[in-house]
Design a protein around this ligand. Structure first.
Ligand SMILES: C[S@@+](CC[C@H](N)C(=O)[O-])C[C@H]1O[C@@H](n2cnc3c(N)ncnc32)[C@H](O)[C@@H]1O
Length: 250
């Protein structure tokens, strides 16, 4: 068993440094597709619990979305599509005419997200951010969730460049802020998933723990981000990498 898969090794992780070499199970092109699909399904619950998008939407996105015309929002690396769908639902409830586009170059993620029904105003494309830049696409707002920690140096910088190109207004990349407590509480909170029978297992627990180990502290993200970007710390354990307008996402 590799260290990335050994639960005991995961619990003993040293979180002082980013573990860029830890590989998430879902990033293996040959991983078990049924378990991956259950992982996309589980993202919906995990994101609702830990990702803070309702707060980010209310504080950073809603005030900056245009009214009186169709507003557009791009979710880069939309995975299972739950964040895109939630944003569309909240905007509709607020009387906003919002069209949400979720993109993911991973055909497995795209197939899963595109096969789920509604709500209106959401579309999923199998594409990377660079392809949309090449097509000259622009959106009023651009977001991502849990994408930054997946990327290494050049890919990280390219994503920021792409998202700045693609946005007419605000960009918010939301990700985990690395901390021992985030790690321990996630491990504890998801421990009941260990009781699932193998045929119902997903990668959400192990990959979530690896994600914390791969994620940035606020200081590391400030250091990595080019000029023009601002890191907003959102309690308890989120970093929002932000550009476009004033930011009080804490
Ligand atoms: C951990 S998943 C996050 C999925 C979803 N946002 C969530 O939080 O549940 C990261 C996704 O980002 C996608 N991704 C990475 N770089 C990308 C890029 N430049 N453009 C679009 N998607 C990208 C990957 O294919 C992967 O599906």
């Amino acid at each position: 068993m590799t260290p990335g898969r050994d639960p005991a090794a995961l619990l003993l992780s040293d979180l002082r440094h980013r573990d860029e070499d830890a590989v998430e199970l879902m990033d293996d092109a040959g991983c078990d597709l049924a378990a991956l699909n259950r992982t996309y399904a589980d993202f919906r619950f995990v994101n609702a619990m830990v990702a803070g998008w309702r707060r980010t939407y209310v504080r950073l996105l809603r005030p900056r979305l245009p009214r009186g015309r169709t507003a557009t929002l791009l979710d880069i690396g939309s995975g299972g599509g739950d964040v895109a769908r939630s944003l569309a639902r909240w905007a509709r409830r607020d009387g906003l005419d919002l069209r949400v586009t979720g993109i993911d170059p991973d055909e497995r993620a795209h197939a899963w997200a595109a096969a789920r029904p509604g709500p209106d105003g959401v579309e999923f494309l199998r594409a990377g951010s660079g392809e949309l830049v090449s097509q000259g696409r622009r959106f009023d707002a651009v977001i991502s969730n849990h994408v930054l920690h997946h990327l290494r140096g050049p890919a990280f910088r390219q994503l920021l460049e792409d998202s700045a190109h693609l946005a007419r207004g605000v960009v918010v990349h939301s990700d985990i802020r690395r901390s021992p407590w985030a790690y321990r509480l996630y491990a504890l909170g998801t421990a009941p998933l260990l009781l699932r029978p193998p045929r119902r297992a997903s990668f959400v627990r192990v990959d979530g723990m690896i994600s914390v180990r791969r994620s940035f502290t606020a200081a590391e993200l400030r250091e990595a981000a080019p000029a023009g970007w601002k890191v907003v710390e959102q309690a308890p354990w989120r970093n929002l990498l932000f550009r476009g307008g004033s930011s009080d996402g804490g």
